[in-house]
Structure formats: structure tokens, C-alpha cells
Design a protein around this ligand. Sequence first.
Ligand code: HEM
Length: 492
Amino acid sequence: FYRPQMPKGLKRPPGPWGYPLIGNVLELGKNPHLTMTQMSQKHGDVMQIQIGTRPVLVLSGLDTIKQALVKQGEEFMGRPDLNSFRYIGDGQSLTFSTDSGEVWRARRKLAQNALKTFSVSPSPNSSSTCLLEEHVSKEADYLVMKFQQLMEEEKSFDPYRYVVVSVANVICAMCFGKRYSHDDQELLSMVNLNNEFGNVAASGNPADFIPMLQYLPSRTMKIFKDLNKRFSEFVQKIVRDHYCSFDKDNIRDITDSLIGHCQDKKMDENAKIQLSDQKIVNLVNDLFGAGFDTVTTALSWCLMYLVTYPEIQRKIHEELDHNIGRERKPRLSDRFRLPYTEAFILEMFRHSSFLPFTIPHCTTKDTVLNGFYIPKDLCVFINQWQVNHDEKLWKDPSTFNPERFLGAERTEINKAESEKVLTFGLGKRRCIGESIGRWEVFLFLTTLVQQLEFSVCDGGKVDITPQYGLTMKHKRCERFQIKPRFQMKNLE
Ligand code: HEM
């Protein structure tokens, strides 16, 4: 068992008793986010458990998490060395690798700048206000058409399979300047998954904590390795094509801008940090990977809640009819005009908490949190699900109620309430795609719901129990139906 040298006057974080070698693995069960929430009710916001042979600090409570990730951000911004993470992005992922020093900082900045340029820049060839709006609008229109076609041909369908390609096409447009057909088998084999990635990369996966398990044959691990390999090869092929057609006077997309950066840096010999070309260009791996699964999962949860609560769907329809009408399409700038829809999205993030934990962190030096001694290199789980269901923060947390986010006048979002929802992490490792993610969910959802009414066949119920993973999915449902709400013209 782990016994760090304890400085005088400090305590070790409390936690449940664990068995030798396996620790608390058996108790974690199928829903570690729920178990760890229960455990934290007994042991507190700073709790230490043991998974296999490895101690893990589990943080709960919004104030404690803010203290660690924001106020003591430098000390809690590391990533642990987990076996499965070594297979992601050839071990050089910005998101999952153990690097959190100067190289990580420079790469994160580069990725942020590239993302910004290819999302909020004005769109040269369309009436959209920015590139992101242009891409999402186009893909959402395609989805509306596709759902209508599926209804005519099949009478019901599983929306996930189509949403995932449309969302992947948005990030592909930004990263690679291209879109794929909804029948493209290569793309489908990577994106239309049943959480084969998220099951392994989930916090608390025993294979990452019990070293012996790494040497036993595992089908799940084989699929995971294979998926990461195919993913890297897919991106590498596109990058090679970009190198061949690269023109520094015509930067077409994020890949081009990263290649351009590789060339510029060669001229800048005084730069503080010299990144290798590989570490620059394979940032597209991270952006593409992080950019489709999260947004697809969010939209898919939106659709599940719409059909589960038809009354809430009706209110969104009313708000759209009243504030946008039927003559034009929604735009990103309509967000402030549609507070109920915004509240619905916030409630989807809170209630599903489909990212129950952030990606695991680790401490970068010995530190103290809430009076407890925390040694360097300790793996840290941030329980976002606990914050989003904390009875101290939310009235009836298990009830799905968008109105909890509306201000007294019901015409605007209550900012203080909205800031209590924890979905994108906080501090130094906070998601760099947060704005893009929120905008995409808003514009896809409003474009679909303006024109379509969603339901499931025969008044059937859908199962909204989340299945644990890095991103939690619901069971796939093939019984979705849509009804067009009005005769479509070519909306402006
Ligand atoms: C990291 C959530 C969309 C890029 C993260 C983290 C969370 C998260 C929880 C981990 C934070 C931590 O470890 O403390 C989400 C959600 C999204 C979303 C809920 C959509 C609804 C996106 C998009 C992109 C993106 C669209 C890029 C195109 C990243 C990257 C990181 C990250 C690169 C790693 C940052 C780092 O380790 O320094 N995201 N994300 N995300 N996200 Fe997102």
C-alpha cells in the first residue's frame, strides 16, 4: 500500500478500505461515477481510493474542484501515465500524453489559434457570419433532408448513425477542408462506434491500474489499439496529401496552417520552444478526435430528451416559431433570443453528465488541498457527475427541468446557475473546443427542431440510462420518427 512521507501536521485524504492488489476495484462496479459519488458522501470532497495497485485522488464538490483546478491549477494540471493512453495519437497526444510542460503549452496554444482561425473567421463564399456557421448550417440542412428521406423509405431510423457523420464533417471541414458521404465506409468504420474508444479510455478502467491485466489477451484492448492505429493512418494520409499540394499563400484549413507553422518555425531560430514537425502536425489528430465524439454524443442526448419529454419539445418549437419564424434559418447570433432552448441544452449537459469525469489529471508536485497532503504524480479523478447532481447545488437534481436555468423574467439565462454545470473541465486543462462545441450543439439542434418534430414509433419509450465510458452513451434507438413541421421552402 502507498504510504508517502507525510509532512508534520498534515493528514492523508480519507477513503474506503481496499483489498491488497485490487484495492477498491470490485466496489466501483459498472457505474464508477455513481459509486464514487456515494463514497464521497461518506469520505468527503477530497478522497483517496485505490484502483488495483494505484492510489487515486477523487475530487468532488464544485468549490474543491475549483480550488484544485483553478487556484492551484499548476499543481493539478498533469496527466497520469496510463497504459491505454500510450496508444492514442502514437503516444504524442496533446490531450492524453503525460506532457504538461513547455512543449504541451506551446502545442495547446497552436491548436487553440488554428481552431479559432478556422471557426470564427468570416465565411468568404456564403451568407453565414463565420466558417463554423457555414459548415454546421450545411450539414444540419443535409440531416433534415436525410431524416425525411429515411422516414419515407424506412418509416423509422437510428439518428446517431447520421448525426455522427454530419458532426464529423464539420470538424473535417475545419481540419481537412473536405466532407464525406454518409455512406463512406472508411469514415463510418471510425466514427460510427459503440464506444469502443470510450470504454477503454474511461476513468478507472481496471486494465490501466492492475499491471498484470496488460499481459492477458483482451479483445477490448485489441479493438482499441486497432481503432487508434486506423485513426492515425487515416489522418496521416490526409496530411501527406496536404504536404503535396501545400501553398503558403493559400492556407485552406487547420492542417495547412499547421504545416505552415512547421515552415515558419524553421526560420525563427530564436524561438523559445522548438517543436518537432510531427508534434505540430499531429495536433489535427487531437482536434479531429475530440471534435466529433463529444458533439455527436451531446446532440444524440438532446434528441433522446426531446422524445422523452414531448412537452419540452413543444416549448422549444414555440420559442423557435415566435423568435425565428419559418422564413429563415437559425443563426449562431440567435442564441440570446432563444433562452428556453439554451436552458434545454444546459440541462442536457447537467442531467446526462455524459462526461462523468474529465480526462484523468495528475499532480505535478507535492501539494496540500483542503488541509490534506497530496504527493506529486498522484492520479486525480474529477467527478463532474457529482457536481451536476449535488443536492447542495441543485433542487431535485434527478429531474430533467430546463426552467431551472431561466432567470426571474424567463427571458434570459441565469448566468450564476449556468456556471455551476461542469462539462468542459476547468483551469489549465479546460477544453479548448468549448465555444465551438456549444455553438455546434445549438445550431444543429435549432436547425433540426425548427423544421422537424421528433418522436419514437408507437408512442414507445426510450431508455435514457447512461452507459459508463469516457463519454457516456445511451442505448442506440432505431425507432425514431420525424414529422416535417411545415412545407419547406429554400430557407434563407
Ligand atoms: C479536453 C469536454 C468539444 C478539444 C476536454 C475535457 C473535457 C472536454 C471534459 C477534459 C478536461 C480536463 O481534462 O480537465 C468537451 C465537451 C465537448 C467538447 C463536453 C462538446 C460538447 C471539443 C471540441 C474540440 C475539443 C469540438 C476541438 C475541436 C479538446 C482538447 C482537449 C479537450 C484538444 C484537451 C485539452 C488538454 O488536455 O490540454 N474536452 N469537449 N473539445 N477538448 Fe473538449
